[in-house]
Design a protein around this ligand. Sequence first.
Ligand code: NAI
Length: 338
Amino acid sequence: NPPNPQMEGNPMLEQINCRAKGGSPGFKVAILGAAGGIGQPLAMLMKMNPLVSVLHLYDVVNAPGVTADISHMDTGAVVRGFLGAPQLEAALTGMELVIIPAGVPRKPGMTRDDLFKINAGIVKTLCEGVAKCCPNAIVNLISNPVNSTVPIAAEVFKKAGTYDPKKLLGVTMLDVVRANTFVAEVLGLDPRDVDVPVVGGHAGVTILPLLSQVKPPCSFTPEETEYLTKRIQDGGTEVVQAKAGAGSATLSMAYAAVKFADACLRGLRGDAGVVECAFVASQVTELPFFATKVRLGRTGAEEVYQLGPLNEYERAGLEEAKQELAVSIEKGVSFIKK
Ligand code: NAI
């Protein structure tokens, strides 16, 4: 195990011979961008997850502070902090799941695509580290625009010869979380009892909730369908505007990221029937990447499910989503290939 930067240079601790701790069962997880708005609550929630034995927190700023803080929580996971590019390899070595929320978030008036210039380069660098130090890890990519950053990551892994499409997952869970919440509100149900598939991608019209496939079975008026679809698509913008310059969704995103990471870890453990939506390499449409329900297993997204029957409203939405997605995917691919 690499030394814990937190422990180094603590003279009191150096005089004490701590008993060796029995390794807790669980998985080794790294968060890249752990000191950010999403990263901090995500780190806290992952420290509370009993499936995590080791938690590495990497950022280019403030990683030691966040690590010191989180490491005092009396849960099983051992926490280590890593600061800046020289410590990226140590942060990644041996990891089984890498969660990436590094990068800049939107400000009012910005689209997710406006973030491309900065975040594309960040994702490229971090994925080069993954390819070198933990090529078998499952990657949960949160950094926006997800519709382009996932193709970027795929190209980086291809170049390095480590690409396994099952292991690269763009996180669209927040769209599902929002959809469950808003649909439950309209139906007068507990959101925990509602399951809304959200397919396509993670930006504007590429976010396509399949309201005809909601569980429990139900029906919506055209007005309800229009309201719910738009609210789910614009959920991120609703938060960006309410925060008025102070960032985008962080707390609900951290919740969604942990819900998704936990599903990945249950899959890695070998649990049966773990199914969530994610943006993955796909043959469901003619596009190389698409978000649908996937079954998570020991090797990642082991099965990518078909869309199922769509109604006319959803078929029209699908065509619109595919047009925009094609452009975003191509933008990511050519960023690496050019
Ligand atoms: P933030 O600005 O609060 O935090 C980003 C963190 O990344 C900062 O701590 C920063 O130091 C760090 N960082 C920057 N460059 C880095 C590098 N090269 N290596 C490691 N860390 C680096 O932003 P926030 O709100 O946490 O959002 C992060 C990303 O997540 C944004 O791109 C945002 O658009 C995206 N996001 C994605 C969602 C999704 O559903 N997939 C939902 C909400 C946000």
